[in-house]
Design a binder for this molecule. Structure first.
Ligand SMILES: NC(=O)c1ccc[n+]([C@@H]2O[C@H](COP(=O)([O-])OP(=O)(O)OC[C@H]3O[C@@H](n4cnc5c(N)ncnc54)[C@H](OP(=O)(O)O)[C@@H]3O)[C@@H](O)[C@H]2O)c1
Length: 246
């Protein structure tokens, strides 16, 4: 798969992150990328010198083995019609949220941490899902799931990365109110988040068991935890994740 030629149609937040992630994985020479404007492509080439860029979608698809659609959902149909004559038996992957099209072989839902090889990506079960999983496995963790779990995966990881950032922002704001400068508060919040993630990864503990290790009966941690409960934190997160489900 690493030697396959890949055309990425659309080089914005998601397409750009994928290209940068694949470039970091040593695949630059096999990447051809398109966008609506030359400006976007110039910026991308500066970041990933070995890639090929062009404004012509059909031409980009001509020599590709795999085509990844990373344009906005409402442009998917139009782009498919444009590249159809060149598609033939090429593997057509779409990362567009919530768009179904019979021409698409595999639906994939990555997140923008793909740029750093840290995406949590979901690949919908399909005949060629494993090929897509191998490709997206180059930019992070990749899980093949049945169709019924794709939207849940999108909410937890594709959108979820934004929710995690909102939590971090809230921690920073609390830190600033208590006297830290924003930059310090950010470092503290990130290190604390990383510590929690590492602890759960290394120990395999359930979060609540790890929380018990921090919480002294009658102490101060439980006071904060109970404030979160009074503010319906759990409920808010669950409702947030389900908000995008149809
Ligand atoms: N953003 C995320 O975190 C995320 C996560 C998972 C899935 N997705 C999916 O990824 C897709 C793209 O989202 P995005 O956030 O990356 O949007 P975006 O930042 O607006 O990027 C869209 C890209 O498409 C390009 N484009 C527009 N019309 C085109 C055309 N006719 N041919 C080729 N390229 C064209 C744009 O070019 P210019 O830059 O030159 O205008 C831009 O580079 C969406 O379908 C979304 O559902 C996004």
């Amino acid at each position: 798969m690493v030697n396959n030629k890949i055309a990425i149609i659309g080089a914005g937040n998601m397409g750009g992150a994928l290209v940068k992630g694949w470039a970091k994985a040593g695949m630059s020479a096999n990447l051809t990328v398109t966008a609506h404007t030359q400006q976007t492509l110039d910026r991308l080439v500066e970041a990933c010198p070995g890639i090929t860029v062009m404004l012509n979608n059909s031409k980009a698809v001509q020599d590709a083995d795999v085509v990844v659609l990373a344009v906005k959902p409402w442009l998917i149909q139009q782009v498919i019609e444009e590249i159809e004559p060149e598609l033939k038996d090429k593997l057509l992957i779409s990362v567009a949220a919530g768009v179904r099209n019979e021409r698409i072989d595999v639906y994939v839902m990555p997140n923008i941490a793909a740029e750093f090889g840290k995406s949590m990506t979901f690949v919908e079960e399909a005949a060629k899902a494993e090929t897509a999983a191998e490709l997206f496995g180059k930019v992070g963790l990749c899980k093949v799931v049945p169709q019924r779990l794709m939207d849940a995966g999108m909410m937890m990881a594709g959108c979820g990365i934004a929710y995690v950032m909102r939590f971090l922002r809230a921690m920073m704001e609390g830190g600033v109110e208590m006297g830290f400068y924003p930059d310090e508060a950010k470092k503290i919040a990130l290190q604390t988040m990383q510590g929690a993630v590492t602890m759960l990864r290394e120990t395999g503990l359930h979060p609540e068991a790890a929380i018990d290790k921090v919480t002294t009966p009658g102490g101060i941690t439980i006071k904060g935890l109970n404030e979160l409960d009074h503010a319906a934190f759990n409920s808010a997160v669950i409702r947030c994740l389900k908000a995008g489900l149809k």
